[in-house]
Structures are given as structure tokens and as C-alpha cells.
Ligand binder design. Structure first.
Ligand SMILES: Nc1ncnc2c1ncn2[C@@H]1O[C@H](COP(=O)(O)OP(=O)(O)O)[C@@H](O)[C@H]1O
Ligand SMILES: O=P(O)(O)OC[C@H](O)CO
Length: 495
């Protein structure tokens, strides 16, 4: 067996990546898919397009190196998290479009729940906060708004899954209905202390237990791919939410290790070991992926709009033709010309947690040029990450010595340098920035003995690029203070 295949089902694209024994990328296939914004604050995907784009990539990537299914030791699946799909067990058809993690149609219900005083009980069980981001209120919305759905769910006719479950159900012979602990920990329905679905949380959110998948460990064989799909017989042996997969792929296996991924959103996760703890600074506690069959935890700060602000410049403002062009446009200006961009397009996540915050561009002048806007957009990504890192540093006695980074937008040197500058901490980027897929591959490869111990993997890590902070600290402090003023103005605005 020569390869492990990682299926990385992200928010904006599906990717399939083949890794060889040395942890090198042998081939990549990628397909962007459509985003739907049917109303203000709503974000949807077509579940069938998620499935077909992912399958097309998987078959294509094998073709690129002439591999056959028998050359692949295992499949690891990693996915955009929290996104909700509800389908008919009988036919496999979704009963509603996927409601994406960024969607905040349930903000009103979340505010009511918050005001009822349920917050602490929910957080102590789930590790999360009440926010439309997580799956539970989205499932509830489907049950309440699709005619007949609640009654059908109660009769056991409907299945709920995050994207991993949706893919595994369709890929496996016998339609295995399963998720893993990391994805379960994003639903608001999973008791992360006890490692099981929580009857009290199911009651609070009004979700019938019969809809829920089994819960597997992240590194465990869960089924074989149906023979008709061009990947016949390969074992699916790893599942993890994309941010937990990236934490694992960055080799952050010990308490204190942390990484930040710059994808559609930005997600800073820090391993906190095997003891559940709640954050004092509005971070969430999530289950980390582990190759050992035990619960491990991470603190997480989730920023909803990261690289997506660059897509917004491309698709909405149209001042760039591709995401990669943002670097050159921004580099044409020496600074942001006094502009601050708060990209609260879908509210604000950690550490602010305001689903009613709205996007804001402040400091516009007669001489404002597209390059200033591009620069302010990139800077907004770094400012948001700095706020999360500050919260995380307050949790632990030892501030982070360096930040490990990855994800699609981490290729941007200007962004990485500005990140190091505002943090005052070096930023370290691995040669393989596809650490999400790498993490999923590791989890699957370890489960089937393709790799024997996590320690085998350390030796395969390639040289890093380091960005050292260069900015004067007083200037960094001044810029962050301006940013915080702008953030305050963006809050509690959307109706
Ligand atoms: N050179 C670049 N500079 C800044 N952002 C970029 C660059 N290239 C890609 N991006 C951004 O990275 C994101 C894609 O990253 P990726 O990790 O593939 O995300 P996801 O898994 O969320 O789909 C997009 O939002 C895109 O705008
Ligand atoms: O698809 P990404 O990489 O933006 O990740 C999305 C996250 O999993 C959402 O929680």
C-alpha cells in the first residue's frame, strides 16, 4: 500500500489529497462549490453538491498518480464543522439544504435561551456557548420549518449529520450512520465531559435522539467504501473536524501546543490535555483529535470571517480577480491609510460572541484607494486572531512563544508578517500548509498501521518559514487600540 487518502470537505471547496509514507503530498484535486445566501444572515450549501464534488475529487486524485483503490491503505475524512444536514434514512435525500456554520437565522432563539439563564448548564455539559454557530439550533430550525419534519424525526425516519456523517453514510456499504468525537463536540448536544449524547441538552434543544449518529473515536475504522464508487473497498479509518485535524497535523499533541488555521474563518486551537476545563475568557472547550482512544481537549477561539474577507473583495467589491492577487494589491500601499475593516458579515465569534454585530469599514477618505481596502482586509484577519490569542494567553500561565499557522490564507506573506507584528510573537508556517488534510491522513494511517506511532510522523515534518515581529511595540499597541474602537462600533447593529 502506497498512500493514505484525505478527503477535506471545506466551506468553500472539496479537496482530495494523497499522502505517501513520508507524509509528502503525492497529488491534489480540488473543486469549489456554490454558496447560497437566500436571505440576510443565511448561508446554505447543496448537500448533493458537497457529496459529488468530494467524490469527483477523490476519483480524480487517484487518477493523477495512476493509483488503484488497492494502493490506498485508508481514507481519512475531515470537514467543515457544525454545518447541519438532515436526510431521509429510506432514500438518503436531504430534506433541506445544508445550513452552514456561518448561518445565523437562529440568533433570536439563541438570545431567548441566553436570557432564560440556561447558559451555564449548557456550557458545563457541551464546553460551548449559546450561539447560532453550533449545530443544535439549526437542527431545531429544520424540524420546526420543514413541514412534517418533527413528526418524521420522532418516528425515526430522519437522520442528522454534520458533513462527515453525510459523506460516510453515502460512501459506506450498509450506510453507516456515524460521526466522531470532535464533530460531535460541535453540536451543543454532546456531553464532552462524559463523551456521550446528553439527554438534558437534547431536551433543551428539542432534538429526538433517534436522529443522531453513533460516535466513533477520530482514529478508528468505521466502514468500507461501497464497491460501485470507484474507491471500492478502501477503509474509512479517520474522521475529525477540520480544525481538530489541523491541530493534530501540526503535531500539537501536548498541552500548551497551539495552531491557527487561516481558511474561510480563522480557528486558533490550543491543546489543554485530558482534563476538561472551561475558559474564563469566552473561548470554547472542544474535543481534540487523538490517536489514542481517550478524550483530549482544546481551547478554541473561532473567528467567522478570515480568508472569506478576501473572497468578498474578489466576488463583491471585485477589486481583485483571484484571492492570490490580494497580496500584490495590498503591497502597493505602505499602510491601510487609516482604514479599519471589521468583517463582521455574520456577526462576531470569539472572544466577542455578538451575532448582531455588522460589517464596518471606517476611516474612508478622499484619497482611499483599493490597495488600502485590500490592506485593511488582510489586517482585519490578523487583528481578530490577535484578540483570540490574547484571550488564550490569559488562560494559561505561559504565553505562547510562537504561533504555528496553516490554511489557504497562510500562504500570504504580508498577512503573516503583519500577524507577527501585531502579536509581537513569531509566526511559524510549515512547508506543507495542508495540515488539515495531513492530520486526517495521520489519524486514518495510524488506525490501520500505515504509520505505527505518532512519533514516526515527527521526523517527516518539513522545514518551516518563520516571520519575526518587526513593528515597533508602541505602534502595534496603537493600531490594536484603533481596531478595538472600530469593533465596538460594529457591535449590536444588525436587526
Ligand atoms: N494569497 C492569499 N491571500 C489571502 N487569502 C487567500 C489567499 N489565497 C487564498 N486565500 C483565502 O483562503 C481561503 C481558502 O482557504 P482554505 O483553507 O482552502 O479554506 P476552506 O477550507 O475554508 O474552504 C479563501 O477564503 C481564500 O480567499
Ligand atoms: O472550512 P473551514 O476551513 O473554513 O473551517 C470551517 C470550520 O470548521 C467551521 O467551524
Amino acid at each position: 500500500m502506497s498512500y493514505v487518502l484525505a478527503l477535506d470537505q471545506g466551506t468553500t471547496s472539496s479537496r482530495a489529497i494523497l499522502f505517501d509514507q513520508a507524509g509528502n503530498i503525492a497529488a491534489v484535486a480540488q473543486k469549489e462549490f456554490q454558496q447560497f445566501y437566500p436571505q440576510a444572515g443565511w448561508v446554505e450549501h447543496d448537500p448533493m453538491e458537497i457529496l459529488t464534488s468530494q467524490m469527483t475529487c477523490a476519483v480524480e486524485v487517484l487518477g493523477k498518480v495512476g493509483a488503484r483503490p488497492r494502493d490506498v491503505a485508508a481514507i481519512g475524512i475531515t470537514n467543515q464543522r457544525e454545518t447541519v444536514i438532515v436526510w431521509e434514512r429510506e432514500t438518503g435525500h436531504p430534506i433541506h439544504p445544508a445550513i452552514v456554520w456561518q448561518d445565523r437565522r437562529t440568533a433570536g432563539f439563541c438570545s431567548e435561551l441566553e436570557q432564560s439563564g440556561a447558559g451555564d448548564n449548557i456550557s458545563n455539559r457541551s464546553g460551548l456557548v449559546i450561539d447560532p454557530y453550533f449545530s443544535a439550533t439549526k437542527i431545531r430550525w429544520i424540524l420546526d420549518n420543514v413541514p412534517g419534519a418533527r413528526a418524521r424525526a420522532e418516528r425515526g425516519e430522519l437522520a442528522f449529520g454534520t458533513v462527515d456523517s453525510w459523506l460516510v453514510w453515502h460512501l459506506t456499504s450498509g450506510h453507516r450512520h456515524v460521526t466522531d468525537v470532535t464533530n460531535a463536540s460541535r453540536t451543543l448536544l454532546f456531553n464532552v465531559v462524559e463523551g456521550r449524547w446528553d439527554p438534558e441538552l437534547l431536551r433543551i434543544f428539542g432534538i429526538p435522539e433517534s436522529m443522531l449518529p453513533d460516535v466513533a473515536w477520530s482514529s478508528e475504522r468505521v466502514g468500507e467504501v461501497t464497491t460501485t464508487l470507484g474507491l471500492g473497498g478502501i477503509s474509512i479509518a479517520g474522521i475529525a473536524g477540520d480544525q481538530q485535524a489541523a491541530l493534530f497535523g501540526q503535531l500539537c499533541w501536548n498541552p500548551g501546543d497551539a495552531k491557527n488555521t487561516y481558511g474561510t474563518g480563522c480557528f486558533l486551537l490550543q491543546n489543554i490535555g485530558t482534563n476538561f476545563m472551561r475558559s474564563k475568557y469566552k473561548l470554547i472547550t472542544t474535543i481534540a483529535a487523538s490517536a489514542q482512544h481517550r478524550l483530549e481537549y482544546a481551547f478554541e477561539g473561532s473567528v467567522f470571517i478570515g480568508g472569506a474577507v478576501v473572497q468578498w473583495l474578489r466576488d463583491n467589491l471585485r477589486i481583485i480577480g483571484s484571492s492570490a492577487e490580494v497580496g500584490a494589491l495590498a503591497a502597493g500601499e505602505k499602510d491601510a491609510g487609516g482604514l479599519i475593516f471589521v468583517p463582521a458579515f455574520v456577526g462576531l465569534g470569539a472572544p466577542h460572541w455578538d451575532p448582531h454585530a455588522s460589517g464596518l469599514l471606517i476611516g474612508l477618505r478622499r484619497d482611499t484607494r483599493p490597495g488600502h481596502i485590500a490592506r485593511a482586509a488582510l489586517e482585519s484577519i490578523a487583528f481578530q486572531v490577535a484578540d483570540v490569542l490574547e484571550a488564550m494567553d490569559s488562560e494559561t500561565p505561559q504565553p505562547l512563544a510562537a504561533l504555528r499557522v496553516d490554511g489557504g490564507a497562510a500562504v500570504n506573506d504580508l498577512l503573516m508578517q503583519f500577524q507577527a507584528d501585531v502579536l509581537g510573537v513569531p509566526v511559524v508556517r510549515p512547508q506543507v500548509t495542508e495540515t488539515t488534510a495531513l492530520g486526517a491522513a495521520y489519524l486514518a494511517g495510524l488506525a490501520v498501521g500505515f504509520w505505527h506511532s505518532p512519533e514516526d510522523l515527527r521526523s517527516s515534518r518539513k522545514a518551516d518559514t518563520r516571520f519575526e515581529p518587526k513593528m515597533d511595540r508602541a505602534e502595534a499597541t496603537r493600531l490594536r487600540a484603533r481596531w478595538h474602537q472600530a469593533v465596538e462600533r460594529s457591535k449590536n447593529w444588525a436587526e
